[in-house]
Design a protein around this ligand. Structure first.
Ligand code: MG
Length: 399
């Protein structure tokens, strides 16, 4: 008998810093439901409305087995497509349907994708500090916890150290100086490589903080320090510059957390212009498109490094893990080390031991949510501060 979607529930919760959006799809089979991540933390009300008012009425009554068909139709049903709000809303349904299919099959999701290529997914974690010494101390701490891949940042996304001279009447904001950023990060990365030798893999996220030609200079400057990858060296709006970058240095490049349209990643993969794709899986529309892109990238020997900070929900992290275990072209997984409360709220949240993330081998995504506990931590409304980035003269900049 056909199993159909009987309800879609949007669960908003904020157990830690990020506002999380979890979608629960219930079915006509008693006790059978699935969970999906639809987390766009800065615009959670918009995603909530998109699910409740548009996507839910569209999917109610549909056959849960038709994941691909539902995804394809959901993407064009609004005619205008490929945006962060609707992609996340569609992801909530898509992941939940994969979760349901796994539960029906009695198999973990990685089995449905083609089975494991590896037993655990190697992860990288973040370190930060006010100066190179503090960053070094943090790196030592996480190395002692077993991590071998470590993202090194200084002062958040950096560039605040300069004695900035602002014009009179400059507005408030999260100011940074791109030139100071490039100088101070280069020194910090050099310090890490000299201090730790070759024993640790270092990663760094530029967060699109440089003008394109300075970004190319920076990628060349850090080349001798053999980063595992350099992330978001250019903005999605500047992807044509990757051709120039590639001709000038061999620093490995990771890109993609801001992508939401296939035209953004297609030319970078087919042109062999990047080395790691690191989309935010819910932001690109869920497991269905992520699986396709991982297979496409594999044909070019480009590896995966799915976005996995605190604003990827635990359900999203579980989806990342299943993709990681299967993907022939897996590279690395970003990991945010959730506090204990999040483990309590999301039973089955993947565990990390000695630098590897492991599944629990339950059917589907293998993760659940304690809805009563989630309700005790409602999302807080706030006008985001860190994304109000400004250059030293006060002009708005990409955060
Ligand atoms: Mg990033």
């Amino acid at each position: 008998m056909t199993v159909t979607i009987t309800d879609v529930q949007t669960i908003l919760t904020q157990p830690d810093n990020s506002r999380l959006i979890i979608v629960k799809v219930t079915t006509s089979e008693p006790g059978l439901y699935g969970l999906g991540c639809a987390t766009f933390t800065q615009r959670f009300h918009a995603v909530h409305a998109a699910i409740e008012k548009h996507i839910k009425p569209f999917v109610l009554g549909r056959d849960v087995s038709r994941i691909e068909a539902i995804w394809q139709m959901a993407m064009v049903h609004g005619y205008w497509r490929n945006g962060p709000v609707l992609n996340n809303a569609i992801s909530g349904i898509d992941m939940a349907l994969w979760d349901i299919k796994g539960k029906q099959a009695g198999m973990p999701l990685y089995q449905l994708l083609g089975g494991k290529c590896r037993e655990g997914a190697a992860v990288y974690v973040h370190t930060d500090g006010r100066d190179p010494q503090e960053v070094e101390d943090r790196v030592r701490q996480v190395m002692a916890e077993g991590y071998r891949f470590i993202r090194v940042q200084m002062g958040g996304y950096g560039g605040q150290g300069a004695a900035m001279v602002k014009p009179e009447g400059a507005p408030d904001g999260a100011y940074f100086d791109p030139r100071d950023y490039a100088r101070s990060m280069l020194k910090m990365i050099e310090h890490m490589r000299i201090t730790f030798g070759e024993e640790v893999e270092l990663l760094h996220d530029v967060h699109e903080r440089l003008h394109p030609i300075h970004a190319i200079q920076f990628a060349k400057d850090v080349e001798p320090f053999k980063l595992f990858f350099l992330e978001d060296i250019l903005a999605p709006e500047d992807i044509k510059w990757f051709e120039q970058l590639r001709r000038q240095c061999s620093t490995p490049i990771a890109m993609g957390e801001l992508f939401n349209h296939p035209r953004e990643w297609q030319p970078l993969i087919s042109g062999r212009l990047i080395d790691f794709i690191r989309m935010h899986v819910s932001q690109m529309g869920g497991i269905t498109p992520a699986r396709n892109v991982a297979a496409f990238a594999n044909m070019y020997n480009i590896r995966t490094a799915w976005h996995g900070p605190g604003d990827t929900s635990p359900v999203g992290h579980a989806a990342n893990l299943h993709l990681d275990l299967w993907a022939p072209s897996f590279g690395i997984q970003e990991w945010c080390r959730f506090p204990e409360l999040v483990y309590e709220m999301f039973p089955g949240l993947p565990e990390v031991r000695d630098g590897y993330m492991y599944p629990n081998d339950q059917p589907g995504l293998g993760i659940d949510i304690d809805e009563r506990l989630a309700a005790k931590y409602p999302c807080q409304d706030a006008v985001e501060w860190w994304t109000q980035a400004r250059l030293p003269d006060g002009s708005p900049a990409r955060p």
